[in-house]
Design a protein around this ligand. Structure first.
Ligand code: OGA
Ligand code: NI
Length: 308
């Protein structure tokens, strides 16, 4: 059975990282962490309520805002999105409760027990995605669940399934509105996206990422640099930062407005926009003080849909 970071910390008096978790000097993109003072940036802000209930003029301004955000950042912050704070808090609490289950209870979903871990496995947990091929362990535990077109959820802890289902629905609605507006900005027909991508049967994947405090944060990586699959990824977090994005060749740390949802472009959107909007490489760093949790929803087209 794989050992999750949280269980490792709780079972020992950890003061320094083992070679399994410490980054090696060979890992180019990681070594930056040791020296670099990363600049903090504020992402473009998109007021979601103006997309749905604003005047024509206000809506046009938001569409233009999305266009520039997608062109220059590939990342933006959505405010007034209608997801109640209470729902987010409940989801955070339920995910924390999942990580608090005993190692035996979690082992049913452990990626290390999966014969051939696959992107379409309905429920997985662990620290790395593909432990066999990744040499450095990430300082992160995750729970990853496919929630659409077929909804899945671990039955335990109690309450997780209900809040996850509710958030999945709400985040799908938000994604749909954002995609429509992004398509308008690209001067594509609004209806085309619905038809060509069949969003109703799109694949939605939820991940809860838990980043426990790390005794040597500069030697570890929460999540290494990567770009996301799919069209749009929605990310909410507890109020602890850690997300960094590569903007114009430089790593910058993202400052989130409390209760906003961070959204980024995935590789399907890059294809859909004919390469105009680029997917953005990002990573998560860790700290030695507070536990961070991020709730990440990736929204993609159905598995069968070919995008051109
Ligand atoms: C992801 C991701 C970043 C974070 O799960 O794809 O990029 O801050 N997460 O947890
Ligand atoms: Ni990501």
């Amino acid at each position: 059975m794989g050992i999750m970071i949280k269980d490792l910390i709780e079972s020992t008096d950890l003061i320094s990282l083992s070679s399994k978790h410490a980054l090696s000097a060979k890992a180019d993109d990681f070594t930056l962490l040791a020296e670099e003072e990363v600049e903090q940036v504020t992402l473009p802000v998109i007021d979601f309520s103006l997309l749905t209930t604003g005047s024509t003029d206000q809506r046009s301004k938001i569409i233009e805002g999305l266009r520039t955000a997608c062109l220059h950042w590939g990342f933006f912050m959505v405010t007034n999105h209608g997801v109640p704070e209470g729902l987010k808090e409940e989801l955070i609490k339920s995910c924390m409760n999942f990580f608090d289950l005993s190692p035996e209870e979690k082992s049913v979903y452990d990626v290390e027990n999966a014969v051939d871990p696959c992107i379409l496995d309905p429920i997985l947990c662990g620290t790395n995605f593909n432990p066999a091929s990744e040499s450095v362990s990430f300082w992160r535990d995750y729970l990853r669940v496919l929630v659409h077109p077929v909804f899945h959820s671990p039955p335990k802890p109690e309450g997780l399934s209900e809040v996850l289902s509710e958030y999945s629905k709400r985040s799908r609605d938000i994604t749909k509105e954002l995609l429509k507006a992004i398509m308008e900005g690209l001067e594509l027909e609004e209806d085309d996206i619905e038809k060509s991508l069949e969003l109703k049967s799109g694949v939605q994947k939820f991940s809860a990422n838990l980043y426990p405090p790390c005794p040597q944060p500069k030697l570890a990586i929460g999540l290494p640099p990567h770009a996301d699959h799919g069209l749009l990824t929605l990310l909410m977090q507890n109020d602890v930062g850690g997300l960094q994005i590569k903007n114009k060749g430089k790593w910058v740390a993202v400052n989130a407005i409390p209760n906003s949802i961070m959204v980024n472009i995935g590789d399907h959107m890059e294809v859909l926009s004919n390469g105009k909007y680029k997917t953005v490489v990002h990573r998560a760093v860790v700290n030695n003080k507070e536990t961070r949790i991020s709730l990440v929803m990736t929204n993609g087209p159905p598995t069968k849909t070919a995008i051109s």
